[in-house]
Design a protein around this ligand. Structure first.
Ligand SMILES: [Zn+2]
Length: 277
């Protein structure tokens, strides 16, 4: 499923391709997909005639600012003309993908079918220039909302400081992996990235978060950063060293020990019984 790296690649695609194109039509055929009381009529009224002006992200939540169209001269002169009138929140869910002018972000084959089936277009907009932006989601677990509450999310995993990680873990009696996946503590990490980061840090995923000492927290903080940087460069959250070993007969890529497979925080978890403590 999409984790922070996939959402970041979708955000970058919107940033590069979908901004400053006036919206002439809103496609919202699936009311299940609209959350927090949003109706097709309300989302149409909010977006039609406006344009997307910035693509932000906090964890796995995409935040797209929209505003009324400004001329190029106005845009150059001041940001006043671009003051957002609202924020469109997009969630990719388990299988969602952003498609702009027919082109999808991210690796097409890994977590969902890439069949260009318009029945999977749960939400979208058409631009005045004839192009479009769609959220394609075979499993229908993504969502669209207006003006989402960004503060329900913890600090973004890319910006997470050591002090923030320390504060989150000392307060938590949950297993460290469950704490890392709790989006209100740290936003953006999912199952694969957590397993990879804990494996890199040498920390057992079932350890109670509050028992990590200062050095272990520092190692974990560094491992999260390394994981995001290295896997981001390789192309996504499925490209971890440990991730490639998930499955029967798995061995630790570091020391060759048979990997342990358990359920932590409700998710299938792989770890090494030899070097993760
Ligand atoms: Zn190992």
């Amino acid at each position: 499923m999409p984790e922070i790296l996939e959402v970041e690649s979708a955000r970058a695609l919107i940033d590069a391709r979908a901004l400053h194109r006036p919206i002439v039509k809103v496609h919202a055929p699936d009311t299940w997909f609209l959350k927090r009381g949003l109706t097709p009529r309300a989302v149409r009224a909010a977006l039609t005639g406006n344009e997307l002006v910035a693509a932000r992200r906090r964890g796995k939540l995409m935040l797209i600012d929209f505003a009324s169209p400004a001329s190029v001269a106005e845009r150059a002169a001041a940001s006043v003309a671009e003051r957002p009138v609202g924020v469109l929140g997009l969630h990719l869910g388990m299988s969602g993908r952003v498609v702009i002018d027919g082109e999808a972000a991210g690796d097409p084959l890994l977590y969902a079918s890439n069949r260009p089936d318009s029945a999977w277009h749960r939400f979208g907009v058409s631009f005045a220039d004839g192009g479009s932006l769609y959220l394609r989601d075979p499993r229908r677990l993504g969502a669209v909302e207006l003006d989402p509450d960004e503060d329900r999310l913890g600090p973004d995993a890319f910006d997470l400081t050591l002090a923030e990680l320390r504060a989150a873990s000392t307060k938590s009696r949950a297993p460290i992996k469950a704490m890392l996946m709790d989006q209100s503590r740290v936003a953006g990490l999912g199952n694969l990235l957590c397993d990879e980061a804990l494996w890199r840090a040498g920390i057992d995923p079932t350890r109670t978060a509050s028992t990590l000492d200062v050095d272990e927290t520092r190692q974990l903080h560094r491992a999260i950063r390394d994981t995001l940087r290295i896997l981001g460069r390789r192309g996504g959250s499925h490209t971890g060293d440990l991730t490639s070993q998930r499955g029967p007969g798995a061995y630790c890529p570091k020391d060759g020990a048979p990997l342990q497979r358990r359920t932590v925080g409700g998710r299938t978890t792989y770890s090494c019984p030899v070097h993760q403590h």
